[in-house]
Design a protein around this ligand. Structure first.
Ligand code: ATP
Length: 360
């Protein structure tokens, strides 16, 4: 029976290293949530605390309504999938999948039918008698998923399960894992540092940074309404500029950028615009390279010089020096006329596409 998971003020340090700083997270029953963030931000620690491999220094962990903070791992009924598959090399596929069922003394005839059912679930019927060394990476990972859900767990935890696979297989397996999760309707916590993978697979994403959860939301919420420059930069590509609020009225804010010009943003909440240092962010697909005579149709324009132009098949990346630390990236459709380096131009966009972000 799938269940919700609640982390309440959960903190964990290893000696002087603070791995988690009192995080709160509620994972709904049947939800697929991804912990996303750079190396060392605390993703694996969070997973290990839920699994019971580590104990928190403070806080509580609930599974359903039960406080499992001090419950040993084997009593938590949690399935776990690791990047290195962790299959038993000396056991066949069938014996690997059957292992958790045997441990729970499931009758032999039930084990046989359950293994068959699980191999069908992961679309690998026919490999029962093979050993793990006779499987491809994708197949091995399917078997480790089958083993993790053999005795239906209350929650499935997956730590970078696709990290060892090449890109094409990764994409196939993303869809496969999601299908399996949806078929079983099992509450799942998935860890990755790959933002595309997180966006492809998850109901919600928790973006982590330095032992804290910076933002939780659907892929769309996080991409379209990031709260901080960190989240905006980690999830997708973004052009960032330090900014100071100059004025605000009737839903429009004016902000100073680059020490010499003002741009407009559609106002979000008061709090976001007034607390702490700010910056503005504009997604590359929202920017347009100014075409003479049309620039005035846009709310915002910054002059700049094209420094690089690269074709990547479905789009063209134009890099424009606007006087910021990093060149601005403009994504254009590939049918646009190529621009030579050194071309003077303007990058243009509209006020609703200016994201006002916490710069911290
Ligand atoms: P990665 O993507 O590299 O796996 P992560 O986000 O999963 O990173 P964690 O493994 O949770 O990060 O580690 C968080 C911090 O805690 C890191 O600074 C790490 O070095 C530290 N840490 C984790 N486990 C231990 C441990 N057993 N002993 C000491 N420090 C640890």
């Amino acid at each position: 029976m799938s269940q919700r998971v609640v982390l309440r003020n959960v903190a964990k340090s290893f000696g002087s290293v603070v791995a988690l700083k009192a995080i709160n997270l509620e994972i709904k029953e049947g939800e697929f949530i991804t912990l996303l963030g750079p190396s060392g931000c605390g993703k694996t620690t969070t997973l290990r605390l839920i699994a019971g491999f580590n104990e928190p220094d403070q806080g509580q962990i609930f599974l359903g309504d039960e406080d499992i903070t001090n419950l040993p791992p084997q009593k938590r009924e949690i399935g776990m999938v690791f990047q290195d598959y962790a299959l038993f090399p000396h056991l066949t596929v069938k014996e690997n999948i059957a292992f958790p069922l045997r441990e729970r003394r499931t009758p032999k005839e039930d084990i046989d039918s359950r293994v068959e059912e699980l191999l069908e679930l992961v679309r690998l019927a026919g490999v029962e008698q093979r050993y793990p060394s006779e499987l491809s990476g994708g197949q091995a990972q399917r078997i480790s998923v089958a083993r993790a859900v053999a005795y239906p767990p209350r929650v499935l935890l997956m730590d970078e399960p696709l990290g060892a696979l090449d890109l094409k297989l990764r994409e196939v397996m993303q869809a496969e894992l999601r299908r399996i999760q949806q078929e079983l309707q099992i509450t799942t916590v998935f860890v990755t540092h790959d933002q595309t993978e997180a966006m492809n697979m998850s109901d919600r994403i928790a973006v982590m940074r330095n032992g804290e959860i910076e933002q939780v939301g659907t892929a769309r919420e996080i991409y379209n309404f990031p709260r901080s420059a960190f989240v905006a930069d980690f999830v997708g590509r973004i052009n960032l500029l330090d900014a100071k609020l100059s004025s605000k009225s009737e839903g429009i804010a004016e902000l100073n950028i680059l020490n010499y010009m003002k741009i407009r943003a559609k106002m979000t909440t008061e709090e976001e615009l007034t607390s702490g240092p700010l910056c503005v962010g504009i997604r590359p697909e929202k920017l347009v390279i100014g075409v003479s005579g049309q620039e005035s149709e846009f709310d915002n324009r910054i002059p700049g010089t094209v420094i690089r132009y690269s074709f990547s098949g479905n789009l063209v990346n134009v890099f424009v020096d606007v006087g910021a630390d990093r060149p601005f990236l403009v994504e254009q459709r590939p049918d646009h006329t190529p621009l030579n380096s050194g071309t003077k131009t303007e990058v243009c966009w509209n006020a609703p596409d200016t994201l006002v972000l916490s710069a911290k």
